[in-house]
Design a protein around this ligand. Structure first.
Ligand SMILES: [Zn+2]
Length: 437
């Protein structure tokens, strides 16, 4: 899909440009292609304006990227190699560097990925229906797979197995209409795909599967649309990338896919990563409202109050810088705005018990991540925990926030106090770690 042609959420483009693709067998003429790389796919198009690619290669399938002679480079996958020619050696080297970086990142993420995390890879999503269909404009039948909120087109079943396809269609902009006994159209704002199935029954199954996919796409984007309704949530809280589709549900930040990968590395005791679009069950009405009220603006006023420009990251920062920044930001709490009560456990706990009975979520966040204990004793036998106090006061968003942070910090090292705290006499209380709850 073309980023300028739609409001649909997209994986941000990491690099794009014109390259010559090596000729197919039996030809000597290089083909000029618009090539685009994002966190999931390397894709090439006939032109910059096209919504649908001629080929997509999952970044996860790239095993090697190497220079092969003047201005050329080779993208090696398990079964197939793709050779591109850039306009200059410098451009070629830039492509190699970026591709290697993305492939490496993907590999290390694949190893770290915990079983509880949903797969973020469209191609590995469970397939709802797949098989052969005729598509007008193609000589041979294509292998088509309906998976989640996308429809993938492959040249044949072998390519499907390898994950290397022609294009995929985001179904949030799709519409399916039966045309005749075996034929049906999938219409998008950019193109009409006229399919033909082997039988009437097959056609009905395909139409049903694609309509399901559209319904899923629309309900998936509903949570994201509501959370993005707040301006500051439209950019990653950590690196500023547009269209962030992930979130840390305990830290209350909306983040991009690449930062989400690094968040996972911090462990669920520090940050609980969920998808705005795939983890539908976690997004209760309260959690959505919490993200509308807290979200990136309020959370960053706390977590990123003192970021030295030299340590900040941007949308194209490499994985290593991202990791360093996120460890400093959330695990060490290095850039925090310290709560005035920091270091005084009793006062912090008392302030937390008061804050949770009000609508002041920013105060609760600051107290909790400056050491107030989420399980502290309230001194009230009828409401022994801050959660019970919030419940009695009817503060549903406070409850939601406390619930997602009830296990934060288990087994993680204590955060270091700010430099001035080191001078405090010990009888004033030992500063507690942010996540000691
Ligand atoms: Zn980011």
């Amino acid at each position: 899909m073309d980023g300028t042609a739609t409001t649909a959420p997209l994986s941000p483009t990491v690099k794009a440009g014109w390259l010559d693709k090596n000729p197919p067998q039996g030809s000597y003429i290089y083909q000029k292609r618009w090539v685009k790389l994002d966190a999931d796919y390397l894709r090439y198009f006939d032109s910059e304006k096209d919504a649908y690619s001629k080929r997509f290669i999952p970044v996860s399938s790239i095993s090697r990227v190497a220079s092969v002679g003047d201005q050329k480079f080779e993208v090696v996958t398990n079964n197939r190699n793709f050779v591109f020619r850039a306009e200059s050696d410098a451009d070629r080297n830039e492509w190699i560097r970026t591709l290697q970086q993305m492939a490496e990142e993907r590999k290390s993420k694949a190893l770290e990925r915990m079983p509880m995390s949903p797969s973020a890879d469209g191609a590995t999503e469970p397939v709802d229906k797949c098989g052969f269909l005729e598509l007008r404009g193609f000589k041979h039948k294509l292998f088509v797979a309906v998976a989640g909120d996308r429809v993938f087109l492959y040249k044949n079943a072998e390519d499907y197995r390898l994950g290397i396809g022609i294009t995929y269609i985001e179904m949030n902009v799709g519409n399916v209409k039966e045309v005749d006994r075996r034929g049906f159209d999938l219409t998008t704002p950019y193109r009409i795909f006229s399919f033909s199935a082997d039988s009437e029954q097959e056609k009905e199954e395909w139409v049903e599967a694609m309509r399901q996919s559209i319904a899923e796409a629309l309900s998936n984007s509903e949570v994201a649309e509501r959370i993005w309704g707040v301006e500051s949530n439209r950019f990653c809280a950590d690196c500023g990338s547009p269209h962030p589709e992930w979130a840390s549900i305990n830290l209350c930040v909306v983040i991009c896919k690449r930062c989400a990968g690094e968040h996972r590395g911090l462990g669920p005791g520090v940050t609980k990563v969920r998808s705005l679009k795939m983890d539908r069950k976690v997004w209760t009405e309260e959690l959505i409202q919490l993200f509308q009220q807290v979200g990136n603006a309020v959370a960053n006023e706390f977590w990123a109050a003192n970021v030295p420009p030299s340590e900040a990251i941007g949308p194209s920062s490499p994985s290593g810088d991202r990791r360093r920044f996120l460890v400093a930001k959330y695990r060490e709490g290095k850039y925090r705005r310290y709560h005035p009560l920091f270091g005084n456990q009793e006062e912090l706990d008392r302030a937390l018990c008061a804050a949770v009975t009000t609508g002041d979520l920013a105060e609760t966040l600051a107290l909790l991540f400056c050491g107030a204990a989420v399980t502290c004793d309230t001194g009230d036998p009828r409401c022994p925990t801050p959660l019970a106090l919030a419940q009695r006061s009817g503060q549903r968003l406070q409850m939601e926030f406390l619930l997602h942070n009830r296990t934060s910090g288990m087994g993680w090292p204590l955060l270091s106090p700010p430099p001035s705290m080191g001078l405090k006499p010990p009888e004033l209380g030992c500063p507690q770690g942010v996540f000691e709850a």
